[in-house]
Design a protein around this ligand. Structure first.
Ligand code: ZN
Length: 256
């Protein structure tokens, strides 16, 4: 099933589900009990919102060997975790804003795990029970600031630096799915999820040994090789086979 959040003009945001190109509302909570109402809105007639509002966004650095080596870095012995703030989240077709502090903002196409229930010290072989579904994420990064700062909070934390969507897919097999990123139709990144250093079950186990995972939290599972700079006017599209395509335009922030 595909879960969305959406909005019609002058109405509050709603949870919904997708039936082909039609959207229907959901009553209740997608994390506990819910009821699907009839899908009678055309997808083209509503605005899709970020499909979930996470309490935290856990990210994994250097989880594809080819990406680690393009920055001259070793693959870590245990997952390298960092956080992005929830204020960075935007949805499908929302604009990525290039901040004036950076001259090198790059895309990072990633598979994102959507956590379905609270957990701590989750074992890898139980991790499946804690997954609601999957979505697509762009771990937008100010590469020059990441290199300059010893912490990555600034480089990874600007507003609009976490596009997610367009929906949550609950029937996705993460073992071997193709991730593709294009900028203005040029292919920049292409790899399979089977190239991850730590698989999604190991990542859930590791992250939950540090912090309690809450329903709606996201784990961004790392980016393959091919990250490259974004410029004003670009269109970034990330496609994950079995989920869909997340598209975002890019705009330089006006001077303050
Ligand atoms: Zn990343």
């Amino acid at each position: 099933m595909r879960f969305v959040r959406y909005q019609k003009p002058n109405l509050p945001p709603r949870q919904g589900w997708l039936s082909g190109d039609a959207v229907g509302p959901i009553e209740g909570s997608i994390f506990t009990e819910f009821r699907r109402l009839e899908a009678e809105e055309e997808l083209s007639q509503i605005k899709l919102l970020p499909p979930v509002l996470p309490s935290k966004i856990i990210c994994v650095g250097r989880n594809y060997a080819a990406h680690a080596s393009e920055h001259g870095a070793e693959v870590p012995e245990v997952p390298l975790l960092f956080l992005k703030p929830p204020s960075a989240v935007i949805g499908h077709l929302d604009t990525i804003i290039l901040p004036p502090q950076s001259h090198q903002v790059e895309h990072e196409a990633e598979l994102a795990i959507v956590i379905g229930k609270r957990g701590r010290w989750i074992l890898p072989d139980q991790a499946e029970d804690y997954i609601l579904g999957y979505t697509i994420a762009n771990d937008v990064t100010a590469r020059d600031l990441q290199t300059r700062d010893h912490q990555w909070t600034r480089a990874k934390g600007f507003d609009t630096f976490c596009p997610i969507g367009p929906w949550i897919e609950t029937e996705f097999n993460p073992a071997d799915a193709l991730i593709t990123c294009t900028v203005n139709d040029d292919i920049r990144q292409m790899a399979s999820t089977h190239e991850m250093v730590f698989n999604i079950y190991q990542l859930i186990a590791f992250a939950s040994s540090v912090m309690t995972l809450e329903p709606g939290d996201l784990i961004l599972t790392g980016t393959p090789a091919g990250v490259s700079p974004l410029a004003d006017g670009d269109i970034v599209r990330i496609t994950i086979e079995g989920i869909g395509t997340l598209e975002n335009p890019v705009k330089a922030e006006a001077p303050h």
